[in-house]
Design a protein. Sequence first.
Lengths: 397, 477
Amino acid sequence: MQAQATEARLKEDILDILTCCINCRFCLPSCPLFEITQGEVTQGASGITRALYYAVKWNEIDREVLGELRNILYSCMTCRNCEVACKNLSTGTKLLDAIEKGRELLIEKLIGPMPKQKRTLESLYLYGNPNDMLPADRQAWLSGLNVSSFGPETDVLLYVGCTAPHDLEAQGMAFRLVELLKRAGIRFGIIGDEICCGRPALDMGESGEGGLFEDISGKNIARLASLGVKHVVTLSPHCFDTFRNRYPEEKMKGIKIQHYTQFLSDLIEKGQLKFAKSIEKKVVYHDPCYLGRYNSIYDEPRRVLESIPGLGLGEFARAREDSLCCGGGGGRMFTDFEAEIGRLGNIRAKEALDAGADTIVTACPWCKINLVDGVKIAGIEESVSVIDLAELCMKAL
Amino acid sequence: MVEYPEYSSEDVIQDLSKILPEESISKSLFERINNAVDPYTFASDISPEEVPHAVVRPGSTEEVSDLMRYAHSKKIPVFVRGSGTSLQGASRYRHKGIVLNVSRLKHLNIVKEDGFVEFGPGHRVLHVREELEKQGYFLPLAPGSIRVASIGGIISNNTSGHVVDSCLGKPRDYILGLEVVLPTGEVLRTGTRSLRRPAGTDLTHYFVGGDGLLGVITSIRMRLIPEVKSAYGVAFFEDAVRLAKAVQRIYLEKAPSPLFLEFLDKRVAQMSFEIQGLDSPPGPVLMFQAIGRSEEEGIAKADELVKVISKESPIETRRVEDIEEWHKIWLTRESALPYIIQAAKGVFGLSEIVSSLSALVDCLKDVMNMGKGMPTLEKLVEPYLFGHIGALTFHPVFVIPADWPAEEKAKAVEEMFLKEAEINEKYGTCGGEWGQFSRRTPFYLRRYGEKAFQLVRDIKKIFDPNQILNPDVFLDH
């Protein structure tokens, strides 16, 4: 009975949101999916949500058809470009809210998530991370950072997230950020048995009442409260957005949430972090979606870059609000899609070359992984390298 | 009404698979649905029975030809579709059939030596503009939907969007020739490869502005226009009547025609200027972009326009020299419709009313009052008003509360189109952007008479004996 009520509520919500969409299609050219698929309407923005609208409106029950809908719905990288276009050019429909609810509906119907993502959810449930990493292994890795546990002697909690302990490309980000914070004299600590923020559960549709996200976020909120944390700095923009915008506001009251680019920018402004070495590179900054379009954090990372001597800061042709997604959001790091014939990481890598840069700087573990791959696959490793902002800062100390 | 044989979608898809490559056929239910729905104000939900048999996205003219031959032989309706952005139903899917989506017909060759560009119909207009600009050329088309509208639809509709006709004309003035697949499958190549356009009968003109009734355009050859330099201006008025008189004066005093000459009424101007962080204007706003071969020429034209406009005693008129300021001013116009809809929290009914030059002031008053005497429109707030006043066009916008029942909303839209027809007929005009048929068929009949309408239908029958291409676009009249 409860499941039926949940389904009915989700359907009502979806139709309610999508009734505002007028099919003007102004969002389609903004959708990155369009750039890596054959350009069918269902491979982009309102094409995705219109598919959802009709599946709900017609009470579609055919599992094959719903499977088709799943492939469409889960391909969205939740980059929010469509919503920006809709706000600027049309009705301001909350397309991503509908997509999230659509995924939740497919979970309720046992159609979602994508087959490979099922293991991700299992891992989250069993181990508290999406990467099938045993908690003991993760703890061992975290202890290698040589950071004390958060406690009375520390002011800031560094929330490392799940990607760095698991992925070689992201590991360096965590190590360099730790070094930076130590050099700046910050009293910070970590949670030795840290668990996921819950973002992948949200992305895959486990966002409902009593669902996996509620379970994980509840555990984290209790942990933050018991430790008396008042200031969290995250490595990943996805964790940052989750804590800032998806955890219940009343439960997070009094806790300052920052992405590390904001924190570094503050340290530079206060004179606690100064760069001595000149770095003669021409860089472009790749705005991660969950920092930029989700949280309007565009200036802070650029301020950090501008403070590094010798650095030439250029811009991608598509920068800030127009930034091209790397393709990693919305749960896509944990699955593949057959319909895709290209990769956004490759396109972005070539765009860096077009912008006259020799280095792409980013501030997101997933962006870094995708861009490093992109540079390799595009065959431009000798011309363009990818580096995280924290790693670049360390080089300049 | 034409009768079509019934086929199962499975059979049609099976047949199509024999004549077309797999990548050209979209069988997905959701892709088929998406290719059958239109934007508001024509949007009504489709039913499961109305879902197209298939969406075909041909990769070449030959594939288009093969599809049309098949559809002609089986008498299956084919609906040609680009981005599906028509606001009055020109690309609407109406009858169980096949959707021919042109999105893969995307060749683009700039042939500088011959002074033309050839392109496929599937490009977004903005993409063609950007490609031309890279080579130092200018695209004389500027629809409001430039980011998404496909250029084949624009050519079929013969619209240049916001552009003032007396400055640049219509697409027809630039098209040198076309490649067209007839509804029977034969391929036709019209026009010339020269910059010297044909005198006398040129079939090109049947298809440019042919409302998609006579054939499927698969390639377009267009004259190259060297890039232009722009200068900008703005004028603030006490009232809209003065503003309209200033526009008339531009024509009467033989001032240079601007590329764009746009108007926002007081309510729209104040809302949009505030959103853009500009000082709130005291009344309606006029803004323009003048063009020339050189910067000096553009500036000289803009100065002349400022001089002529100032004779109608605006509160202020000036050339805008700060490009950042101009971008903001232009955005107040470009984003006027979303600002209205989002602020009013409703759905909208958008109309297109064109005036004759001498009646501009009277027409403006009629547009302002167009809700009066109409039972449903009268319940709404007065229409918001903006438009391409330099092209003598107004776009009144009615905001219909989102919680009104669907029938009530439909009534409001119907009354709006009725009133649009009444005013356009009164001034002896017709729309200049959205095409002649679909929603406007009754107006066409009223405006041009039974004989003209019958001739159009007869012409279609010659090109399309089985009436399979975009059928019912006459809405059964």
